[in-house]
Design a protein around this ligand. Structure first.
Ligand SMILES: NC(=O)c1ccc[n+]([C@@H]2O[C@H](COP(=O)([O-])OP(=O)(O)OC[C@H]3O[C@@H](n4cnc5c(N)ncnc54)[C@H](O)[C@@H]3O)[C@@H](O)[C@H]2O)c1
Length: 261
């Protein structure tokens, strides 16, 4: 098993991509700290980890709150004595509206959950990783942080910021044997996206047309590349951003399927 005796903290791990990463890590031997703001789903995810024979610690905390993140990391250290792996995954979706109609509070909230959350969790956890001279961090960015998409004036810049934060932390902490990388998923079929498609809010036909592989990804298809970046096989990979997007990024600016609505 690739992560035996390792302790991993996964933010936003109650559902979706975060839960898939948490379960994949547990299947490979890691004990997992499950963070989320939603207690019900996070509790269920923690139970699944325990059923795999691993230890799971549930910590309800808002990643955008300095105090809550501090307490989460302290509680985790109290329980396990170390944190080897951090996955900054917690996120919310954008209000898909013209910028002139966007609520500034909503813009700020999105930046806080994504970018500030990633910064705070990395800083609090990094303190211990520097001390123990070992750490592996993977930040979940997005293809929307690599190329512009209409009406994503908060989500896109927040994810672009996460990609740059990744590079900065990677060069700062490389000397402490800490690797920091990011993964940029394309469209992934989470429960929330599925619900959006059923309600007609999300347009999967356009996404499929714009994605060279012609389909949405599965959560496990993000978890596996994340595990690769955390593993010894990627020991010399640092500060990289890996698009996992069915060819979306390779398609570049020719995504004419996305006209401004
Ligand atoms: N699904 C996609 O197509 C897709 C594509 C690219 C990037 N992403 C990114 O992947 C990550 C996970 O996305 P997902 O689709 O699994 O989302 P999701 O909504 O299914 O899960 C996100 C989880 O984060 C939790 N969360 C939200 N705000 C939080 C906060 N302040 N503190 C702690 N937890 C919080 C939610 O309660 C939820 O459990 C996000 O960062 C998202 O931006 C998703």
């Amino acid at each position: 098993m690739r992560f035996e005796n390792k302790v991993a903290l996964v933010t936003g791990a109650g559902v979706g991509i975060g839960k898939a990463i948490a379960l994949a890590l547990a299947k490979e031997g890691a004990d997992v700290i499950i963070n989320d703001i939603n207690g019900e789903s996070a509790n269920a995810a923690a139970d699944e980890i325990k059923k795999l024979g691993r230890q799971a610690l549930l910590v309800i905390a808002d990643v955008s709150s300095e105090d809550e993140v501090h307490n989460m990391v302290e509680k985790s250290i109290e329980a396990f004595g170390r944190i080897d792996i951090l996955i900054n995954n917690a996120g919310i979706s954008d209000q898909i509206v013209p910028t002139l109609e966007q609520k500034v509070d909503r813009w700020q909230h999105l930046m806080d959950v994504h970018l500030r959350g990633c910064y705070l969790c990395s800083k609090e956890t990094g303190k211990y990783m520097v001390e123990q001279r070992y750490g592996r961090i993977v930040n979940i960015a997005s293809v929307v942080g690599l190329g512009g998409l209409p009406y994503r004036t908060a989500y896109g810049p927040a994810k672009a910021g996460i990609i740059m934060l990744t590079k900065n932390l990677a060069i700062e902490w490389a000397r402490y044997n800490i690797n920091v990388n990011s993964v940029s998923p394309g469209y992934i079929l989470t429960e929330m996206v599925q619900k959006g498609i059923e309600l007609g809010v999300a347009d999967d036909k356009t996404v499929k047309r714009r994605t060279p592989m012609g389909r949405l990804g599965r959560t496990e298809e993000i978890a596996e590349p994340v595990l690769f970046l955390l593993s010894d096989a990627a020991s010399f990979v640092n500060g990289a951003n890996l698009p996992v997007d069915g060819g979306w990024t390779a398609f570049g600016s020719y995504g004419d399927a996305f006209e401004i609505p």
